[in-house]
Write a protein of this length. Structure first.
Lengths: 318, 529
């Protein structure tokens, strides 16, 4: 019985995550618009864009191979699977018990791999440029991300998200310097991974400055819709991951309806706070110069590493 | 006439043993046109260079009414900060050859290529023989600006490819950008040679918005033609219309009423403010600091709306006409302009503080895209880009045409020549323009805003140099029969400033190009004419 319940919570959570991802993107851009004294296009705009794109014809580049055609589906599926691994509403959902953080990072890497391949596949200068930038930066971002998650894993003695959340829930709340370092690193990585300012600008029309968008330039119709949607899911995935790792309180421990609803409210509230902070940060900052991005990512790595050291120095009981 | 005849350069050339003949049918006398022999052509350019004059333009025209033989004439013009402009012309021989002056003035190269394309003049010794505005799909032997070429000729299509500069190395990555861009901007092609993310060389290719304005001008009356001149580059419409009108007025010896020239000053300075405001926002947006873009857009929109209300056009098109301006403002309108200008200037200062205090945007603009003073002088960078590099040509001070003879223009003196300095110069100019607009409107003379326009005799030519927001617009025109324009030549400041951009981006990473491009914001349309 409880297995059935937790499977249905898992399903509900996955569908919810995928469906509200465009709304989250719309929420961020509306917040940004308000901060710039604009009215903005509204929270629903990404949804309308997706609907429009799905209805549009797909135009394929002449030299496109199967990679270009299949990449949107692979990217979307991999991102969606990664999103369902992350517990949003309940601690021990079936999928999060099977997949750990390393699998999560690997799923995201798979999506990125195909995105970069598709960028290079059509042979335009921009696609290749975007792919090269994306891969350069991810080579720095991925170790930093793993490192900052490992800081938490050290306490929980596991890389499994469920175990890690349980550990955080069951330890008394107190200031742990290692967690602070890990949080700072993780926030920096999340900005970079999602192509937000100061690393990339999701709203730019300048081909030469693009990273993520440069790889999508040749996409149209439903392919573009899937790619856009995948990156919206990725944003909400990272926000959920931050919530899970650092402020999981409020998440349901069991699959009872009341708890899940309450967890849902908590989760949405925490996401909203995170996105408002994101909008604030993006409004107040310009993009980094490209050659400073590796420094930024190295800084994130160093922070995570410091977190690791502080954990051993201050927190491990002898 | 306020200015005495300018004989300085003729005397200097005389010292070098070069004979010049003063042309009586050219006006104004303080920017004279001298006829020289073709064999002195290059020597004159060399002498001008030694006298630290800057190149204004090189262009060609077939003989007009006063010339006995319908030969081909080539003109060049130089300017000296103290001794102003001088025009030189020479008659080509039957072979239609002229020595290149690109060795002395690099900016001449594109204008010489333009003559080569449009008139079939053979420029001997030019470092660059490639076509310029006439793209390869036009037949080699068509020369559209010749009189014998009818404007409605159906052009045959040919094949051909433009030889971009190549790198022999495998490590160099070639990035073609445009003419179709992902954003809504004018069409132009940029070819980058990059190693990793570092730009080695950037080459421009224009001509995608070639409208044939020079050809279309022929046979129009001045009143009709000024509308076309106002459309050479839409963001610079007052500047171009003023340059055209002033050249007409010089040719005809018309003097414009005080109220008209004051209002022209107001319009031109408003245009300067609006464009600088819009561009500063766009520069910040290129570094993803979109807060500035939105605020600056709002201010620019306010200006456009008031312009529409008072002058019937958001961009101020068709306000300047030969003989004055086409529309007067009443006292209430003046008051509105003064109030808005004052408020805008205050708001811009407020935004400037935000821009200056934000370390992330400062980090992007400081030190990016440097044009040194030597490079700026070599090219002859105009307007705010020149001022940012430490070269300060400003016609509002040098020629001080009305109304600037009643004003003290303060030129911001930058020297670093990077994006930050170009933005700084623009902020300074906004404040200075606002001050001048208020000054002009508060002291606006009473009277008519227009005098009757009477075209000069056929064969009379006029030259003007107007400091538009981008820099000096040089305009030369000659009248034909029945008050029509026989030949119109205009040199938008972009023709020269585009070269500055090529130099500026040699040391910057690829993603910094848009930032630099916007900081120059040269006109594609003005370049392609």
């Amino acid at each position: 019985m409880s297995v059935m319940a937790s499977i249905s919570v898992q399903l509900f959570q996955a569908v919810l995550l995928v469906l509200i991802a465009p709304l989250a993107a719309g929420f961020v851009s509306t917040c940004k618009a308000r901060l710039q004294n604009r009215r903005g296009a509204g929270v629903l705009q990404p949804w309308r864009d997706l609907r429009k794109l799905f209805a549009k014809e797909v135009v394929m580049a002449e030299h496109a191979s199967w990679i270009f055609r299949f990449a949107p589906y692979i990217v979307f599926t991999a991102t969606m699977m990664a999103a369902s691994v992350v517990p949003a509403l309940m601690v021990d959902t079936p999928l999060s018990l099977t997949a750990d953080v390393i699998a999560l990072v690997a799923l995201l890497a798979l999506a990125r791999f195909f995105l970069a391949l598709a960028g290079m596949d059509i042979g335009t200068a921009f696609g290749g440029m975007g792919a090269s930038r994306e891969m350069t930066f991810s080579a720095l971002a991925e170790p930093a991300m793993l490192m900052s998650i490992f800081v938490l894993s050290l306490g929980a003695h596991s890389t499994n998200l469920t175990t890690m959340i349980n550990h955080t829930l069951n330890t008394p709340v107190m200031m742990q310097p290692s967690i602070a370092f890990a949080l700072a690193a993780m926030v920096m990585i999340a900005m970079a991974e999602n192509g937000r300012i100061p690393i990339d600008n999701p709203n730019t029309h300048l081909e030469l400055t693009m990273i993520h968008e440069a790889m999508l330039l040749e996409y149209s119709g439903r392919h573009l819709a899937l790619m856009e949607w995948a990156s919206q899911i990725k944003l909400i995935l990272f926000a959920t991951l931050l919530v899970d790792l650092f402020v999981p309180w409020g998440i349901a421990a069991h699959a009872d309806p009341g708890g899940v609803v309450l967890a849902c409210v908590f989760w949405l509230f925490k996401l909203a706070v995170l996105f408002v902070l994101l909008a604030l940060a993006e409004t107040g900052m310009a993009k980094l110069r490209l050659f400073e991005v590796p420094e930024y990512l190295s800084a994130a790595f160093v922070l995570a590493f410091l977190g690791l050291i502080t954990h051993y120095m201050l927190e491990v009981a002898v | 006439m306020k200015h005495p005849a300018n004989t300085w350069f003729a005397e200097k050339l005389g010292d070098h043993g070069i004979y010049t003949r003063y042309l009586e049918d050219h006006h104004p006398a303080h920017m004279p046109c001298l006829e020289i022999r073709i064999l002195d052509w290059e020597q004159v350019a060399k002498t001008a260079r030694q006298l630290s004059m800057r190149l204004v333009a090189v262009w060609a025209a077939e003989g007009g009414r006063h010339e006995q033989d319908a030969g081909m004439y080539v003109y060049m013009s130089f300017a000296h900060p103290e001794h102003r402009h001088v025009l030189l012309r020479t008659l080509l021989g039957n072979k239609r050859e002229i020595p290149s002056i690109s060795r002395h003035y690099i900016a001449a190269s594109r204008m010489e290529r333009h003559m080569q394309d449009m008139f079939g003049i053979d420029v001997v010794g030019t470092p660059d023989k490639r076509r310029w505005l006439k793209h390869e799909h036009w037949p080699e032997d068509t020369h559209p600006l010749l009189r014998e070429f009818a404007a409605d000729t159906e052009m045959a299509q040919t094949e051909g490819e433009y030889a971009f500069i190549k790198s022999g190395s495998d490590g160099v990555y070639e990035i073609p950008v445009g003419p179709v861009h992902a954003g809504i901007i004018e069409p132009g092609h940029f070819r980058f040679l990059a190693v990793g993310e570092q730009i080695l060389n950037m080459e421009q290719r224009f001509g995608y918005v070639h409208k044939g304005i020079e050809k279309a001008m022929q046979g129009r009356t001045a009143m009709d033609a000024v509308r076309l001149a106002a459309r050479v580059s839409g963001d610079c419409t007052v500047g171009h219309a003023w340059a055209f009108a002033q050249a007409c007025e010089y040719a005809a010896g018309t003097s414009v009423p005080g109220r008209a020239s004051y209002l022209r000053g107001v319009l031109c300075e408003r245009e300067r403010m609006a464009n600088h405001i819009g561009d500063i926002g766009a520069i910040c947006n290129d570094a993803a600091f979109s807060f500035m873009l939105m605020q600056m857009h709002r201010l620019r929109e306010d200006m456009a709306r008031l312009h529409a209300e008072l002058f019937g056009n958001r961009l101020l098109m068709d306000t300047v006409v030969p003989g004055g301006i086409s529309i007067d403002v009443d006292e209430q309108g003046c008051l509105k302009l003064i109030t808005q200008t004052r408020e805008l200037a205050a708001e811009v200062e407020h935004l400037r503080a935000i821009y200056a205090d934000n370390p992330t945007i400062q980090q992007r603009v400081i030190g990016s895209g440097v044009v040194s003073i030597d490079d700026a002088r070599d090219i002859g960078l105009l307007g705010f880009t020149g001022r940012a590099s430490g070269d300060y040509p400003d016609e509002r001070i040098e020629e001080a045409y009305p109304p600037y003879d009643d004003l003290d223009v303060s030129v911001p003196e930058g020297k670093l020549g990077d994006v930050a300095t170009r933005v700084w110069v623009r902020f300074e100019e906004i404040a200075d323009s606002a001050r001048m607009i208020i000054r002009l409107l508060e002291n606006l003379p009473e009277g008519a805003v227009r005098v009757g326009w009477k075209a000069p005799e056929p064969g009379i030519s006029g030259f003007s140099a107007i400091e538009s927001w981008r820099g000096e617009i040089a305009c030369w025109l000659r009248f034909g029969e029945a008050g029509t324009i026989d030949r119109y030549f205009v040199r938008d400041p972009s023709v020269i400033n585009w070269l500055g951009l090529e130099l500026a981006v040699r040391e910057v990473p690829v993603p910094d190009f848009p930032l630099n491009n916007k900081s120059f914001n040269c006109s594609y349309s003005g370049n392609d004419v």
